[in-house]
Design a protein around this ligand. Structure first.
Ligand SMILES: Nc1ncnc2c1ncn2[C@@H]1O[C@H](COP(=O)(O)OP(=O)(O)O)[C@@H](O)[C@H]1O
Ligand SMILES: [Mg+2]
Length: 341
């Protein structure tokens, strides 16, 4: 069973959404529907599955339906048609109490504009979700401090949000989302308001945290580099339609249409493809020269180790975080078709 399943979801905004459903189901596009009925198509027959422990990135231009999609997951928005299944439960079947419980315990959300309470300190902001869960103060503060440390904000716990930079405020947002220990984290353009260097730091931090925590993350962005860096799978929305779902490599190598092609045309592939994508299993790589092996982590991007292996004419051994599961990556694999367009 997938952690999240979205089945044939439509969302129409306007005065009488049901009345335009036949037209949308017959294939009218967003522009036609708007022109002829004044209704806006938010989502048009979107189906996808998100697996436990993965980071699923939803990407698309502004207005393509990303926020609409993510808001269906915790029922901030109800679909016009279709179903949303989380851990086997149809979220539309929840009564009021079940829905409150679901939002408090199952999902946490990180927003683009941080969404912090200005009158609460860092530790109070981080502990907010636990307070809502009715946890005792001592436990709230203990957990909040652990999460504050996890995002590198020790020493700032008694500051107020306006005393912190944007990047630090978003770390508070992240710590708050982590504090409730929900399995699913929804992040809507969470890093889009940050300066590029800080944004890159936050991406790294999220990758580091995720390698330990293995939460199910639904991350929304309009930025391809960010999608490729963070996503195990990426879904691409255009005018409410899901036009492609795939791994970063699928998206780069086989863009489904001109819209996706336009996104990927300038991408530096060595920057976004990790060692684990091009490695061969030990058995398959028995024949490679082992006299001059360089050890690389499975999550290192090719750009990070390519100069080293080219200059020293070596091959790589690819290892996971705990140096288990050895695989080899032949130098020639770096001349894989991935790298010729
Ligand atoms: N509450 C709403 N009322 C009317 N139209 C909406 C509403 N929310 C979103 N839309 C429309 O739905 C489409 C998708 O919006 P949104 O999901 O916010 O896009 P994104 O997050 O990709 O920028 C847009 O055309 C937007 O104008
Ligand atoms: Mg949005």
């Amino acid at each position: 069973m997938s952690k999240i399943e979205i089945n044939n979801v439509y969302k129409i905004f306007g005065s009488n959404p049901q009345s335009v459903m036949p037209m949308v189901k017959n294939g009218a596009n967003k522009e036609e529907v708007l022109e002829q009925t004044g209704h806006t198509v938010g989502l048009d027959n979107v189906s996808l599955k998100i697996e436990e422990g993965e980071t699923f990135v939803c990407m698309g231009l502004s207005g393509s339906g990303k926020s609409t999609l993510i808001r269906h997951l915790n029922r901030l928005i109800d679909p016009t048609d279709g179903e949303i299944i989380v851990e086997g439960n149809n979220v539309m079947s929840f009564n009021k109490e079940q829905l409150i419980d679901f939002r408090r315990h199952k999902m946490s959300m990180v927003f683009q504009r941080f969404g912090l309470f200005p009158h609460k300190t860092v530790i109070q902001n981080v502990g907010y979700g636990l307070e809502m869960q009715g946890k005792p103060l001592e436990e709230i503060n203990k957990t909040a401090m652990e999460k504050i440390e996890a995002v590198g904000l020790n020493g700032f716990e008694n500051q107020f949000p306006n005393q912190l930079s944007g990047g630090m405020q978003q770390r508070v947002g992240l710590a708050r989302a982590l504090a409730t220990d929900s399995d699913i984290m929804l992040m809507d353009e969470a890093f889009s308001a940050l300066d590029p260097l800080i944004r890159s730091d936050m991406q790294k931090q999220l990758l580091d945290l995720q390698s330990e925590l293995k939460k199910t993350i639904v991350f929304i962005t309009h930025d391809l580099d960010e999608s490729l860096r963070l996503g195990d799978h990426i879904g691409i929305l255009n005018a409410g339609k899901l036009v492609q779902v795939g791994t970063p490599v699928d998206i780069i190598m086989n863009p489904a249409d001109d819209y996706v092609k336009a996104f990927v045309k300038d991408v530096n592939r060595a920057k976004v493809i990790k060692a684990k994508i091009i490695m061969k299993s030990v058995n398959e790589a028995n024949d490679i020269d082992k006299s001059n092996l360089i050890k690389v982590n499975e999550d290192q991007f090719i750009e990070e180790f390519l100069p080293q292996i080219v200059c020293s004419n070596s091959n790589c051994e690819v290892v996971d975080k705990s140096c288990n599961n050895w695989h080899r990556c032949n130098r020639n694999r770096v001349d894989h078709p991935l790298f010729s367009s």
